[in-house]
Design a binder for this molecule. Sequence first.
Ligand SMILES: *[C@@H]1O[C@H](CO)[C@@H](O)[C@H](O)[C@H]1NC(C)=O
Ligand SMILES: *[C@@H]1O[C@H](CO)[C@@H](O)[C@H](O)[C@H]1NC(C)=O
Ligand SMILES: *[C@@H]1O[C@H](CO)[C@@H](O)[C@H](O)[C@H]1NC(C)=O
Length: 580
Amino acid sequence: MADPTSAPSLAESIDASIASFFASHNPLTYLLLAIITGILVYPLIVGQDPDIHPFLLARQSSAAPIRNPKESPVYRALDVPHGYPLRNALGVKDIGAPKWTSGRRGDLRDVLARAVSGPLNAESTAHDASKVGKVWTLSGKDKSTPTEMKELMRMVKTLGSFAKDKAGADGKVAVCLSNSVELLASIFAAAFYDYEVAIIPTGLPQNQTDNLLAQTNPNILIAEAGELDLTTALPKCGTSLKELILIAKPDSKHMDWASTPTPKGVSVTTWDDLLSSSSATSDIPSIEKDAPKPKPLSTFTSTTSGLFTLTTFTSDNLIAGTAALLTSLPRTQPLSPTDTLLPTTSISNPYTLTWILAALYSNASIALNSVSGPNVDLFATTASFQPTILVTSPGTLQKYLTNYTKTGLGPSRFTKFFHRRSLRQGIMPSRKPIPDLGGGKDAVFLVMELAALSKLRAVFVGHDTSADKANSLTSSDLDSLRTELGVKISYALTSGQVAGAVAQGNLHDYRDKGEKVVCVGAPAGSVEIKLVGDDDGVVGRGRGGEGFIVVNGPAVAGEKGEVQLDVKAKIDTDHTLLLL
Ligand SMILES: *[C@@H]1O[C@H](CO)[C@@H](O)[C@H](O)[C@H]1NC(C)=O
Ligand SMILES: *[C@@H]1O[C@H](CO)[C@@H](O)[C@H](O)[C@H]1NC(C)=O
Ligand SMILES: *[C@@H]1O[C@H](CO)[C@@H](O)[C@H](O)[C@H]1NC(C)=O
């Protein structure tokens, strides 16, 4: 039995011993005190907030309150509530327009006009010419050539007026070029000079290219000299073909491309001749308020069956997709004039194209490498160039990770442990500087290539619905990439039928959902998504429901503005899409 009188005496004796302990002032007490204070205060000083409030990751899209039978509810990005219009405009403000107006929807011409004039100076009184972006052409291991935006504008005006003149009203131009400044110029020229343009993917077998050309029926064909077999390609273009514009690579400029034999009625010009004989200036053509919208742009995108289908995007589709990409970026870290965006996928892919438009509209620079596709060697592509934003494909990134891990230059196990811990707390670990290996040529080379990614601040990975499933990156793969590379990665679902992304992961969502989970984030702002299936019980089972993805909205090509994708998905508890 406890003795009630002993309790106060025990407390008193503890009290007394503590008092005497501190009264004795020996070095040990000071040391202990310092350690205790350190442990308590340290996290308060260095403790960081997570990069995003966990609340914002817990629910990333909103479900409509009602649903149809055999369908899930409609899901939308959080910034476009149900009942309001989806994101479809850039909000271009003309000079002199009142500040409070929401601005015009905008089109491709506004995008280039903005890139050419550049950001405003600190006082917002005039454009700052020193901050205008550039288009970099990467070639070989360590060569990069800049093209000024003004020069791009001059190309657009030269090509545009020439093509308009030759192709006539309702003309159509087919462009078969790899990622290059000439391809960009061809796309914008069509917008400024009001004709249709079709982008033919490069690197296909000749008979497939010929088939695509036959479907396009162009008046003008722009191609790289020596790349296409013109003897089979030109007849496929049909009798409407009047003009062939050839672009000679630097190493084949000496050849006499201008006298390439062609079928009767088709004349040949080289890009260089066109530019050198042009008197076009680099002034931005004035865009009249009631001028018609640019004509549509067509691309060929691959389907699950490996064939290509022609998709026609209106100017409004592209702008909606671009606007949604821009708003998907964290508000504190938008694309800016200090960014350089490098795509490793082809510009004929609408996801890549809209990222280019987003970068140009944000006064950022672009870097282009003619080597592009679903599976490129990132080490070789980036060379010694240092992009800040990378737009790439799952295959390319997976390949990079495999090679990177093999070099042994990645973080040590110990560092990786801390990186993981930091990621679990929602904080992107800071990257260690590139190690100085010294010695061998190989080592120097590797360091150079790692340095190529040292300025990278975001990676956007487009998972195409037609892509091989084996190539997808799981949530755990992305986690390893974040741990190894220390960069933010956003994984998106893309489709050849939709401008911009269908759904895109939050750049600040570092959670690892597991080895088998392919998470593509929440719907983009320019579309809404629902799942459809045959069994109401399966689709409609609230959050666990699964079915085929149906995408609807201003970014979707076609008159209906709706497409059912060939992929099944389900909605996760945080309202993101998981591919099945
Ligand atoms: C880009 O430049 C325009 C002016 O041409 C400016 O209004 C806009 O804020 C700039 N954007 C960025 C992201 O700097
Ligand atoms: C192209 O040619 C290859 C063989 O030469 C053939 O197997 C393939 O079916 C052809 N493709 C098309 C689209 O005609
Ligand atoms: C790794 O890189 C080398 C050269 O850069 C390349 O030849 C090789 O194919 C790459 N391996 C993988 C798995 O990508």
